[in-house]
Ligand binder design. Sequence first.
Ligand code: NAP
Length: 412
Amino acid sequence: MLYREPEDGEPIRFENGKWIVPKRPIILYIEGDGIGPEITNAAIKVINTAVQKAYGSDREIRWMEVYAGEKGEKLTGNRFPEETQKMLLKYRVVLKGPLETPIGKGWRSVNVAIRMMLDLYANIRPVKYVPGIESPIKNPEAVDMIIFRENTDDLYRGIEYPFDSDQAKKIRKFLKEELGVELEEDTGIGIKVMSKFKTQRITRMAIKYAIEHGRRKITVMHKGNVLKYTEGAFREWAYETALKEFRDYVVTEEEVNTVYGGKVPENKIVLNDRVADNMFQQIITRPAEYDIILAPNLNGDYISDAAGALVGNIGMLGGANVGDSGGMFEAIHGTAPKYAGKNVANPTGIIKGGELMLRFMGWNEAADLIEKAVAEAIRQKKVTQDIARFMNVPALTTTEYTQTLVDIINSM
Ligand code: NAP
């Protein structure tokens, strides 16, 4: 047996997408490759400190390490051991260090395997400016967005064939003979698909998050003016879901203008939509207008990184993949192999991933402590080398920075 499960903890359970969190939840962690072990263990230390500070001995996470990536390979000969998969299916919530995935060869992505196994259909990325970090825009203080990107549909379904494959030939023939659409012989094929079910479930998740966390607006990002039956349908289904299932909480932008004289009624979330290309310039020029962004897969992929750039530093951002019965929380960056084992990496990304995990657990008091501690460390210019080099201050090691966050939380 590879693992011994903590005896005094319980799994988090899920009922209709709702997290039922016991006082001593068992949460898995995967250290990850490269800088993974350093930053993941730093994050656990900070999260534990915040939970202890917020709830004393009343609540405590029972962490359980499971192996994947290089460590999995070393210990079991497998990058994604079967026993790890069993634990993931049982416990369903994991804090994950970055895992190496070779480009165009070698093993399949363990990240993708976990996502599929737990049906983590929403990729969620909060993007909020922390004062003191260098940003390419003039008013970065206004940036406070959360992107909900649909993670399982769209062009990423992988229905794609090289121009000279049998499949592409068959599809071209079908299009010509059945639908009267003639494509050139040298045309590769990728098929864009969007389903109502998948649009509805991510819309529900974004709206529930907005309700539970006091967010004020949801913007549906789409290219429905051109791609009417995929992106246009995404927009339509999102409105339909919101207005059918959450009518008490949501008003549309149009209603605000036509019924409420331009003033948002108290405690209502405004639902609007914007065409994707327009949004790329607007998140830069008018970031204050964006709060939650609900996007199909491809748009969401692009806008997540563009929004991330507004707040400056890749080492600072966390994210998550979440479904109706599980979640994987992480930093947005990779394994940064050149810094592995040097005690210099910035652990803030995975710490922010942990903060988001606490919010999904409903442990908001602990999450708030982490958010404030990171802002305070930056304000004091106590930072790792990736940020210190822009601030012209001496850099802290990963360990020193982590201890700084722990001390700040304990002093709050
Ligand atoms: P990367 O690991 O994100 O690193 C790129 C560069 O960004 C680093 O060399 C470092 O360079 C800076 N950086 C990133 N995170 C940092 C941190 N926490 N502290 C300080 N600096 C940091 O991207 P990559 O080199 O393209 O990818 C390496 C491997 O990671 C690949 O195998 C990829 O597949 C994997 N990956 C995994 C995940 C995941 O598990 N979710 C995500 C992305 C990539 P500078 O100092 O030069 O800025």
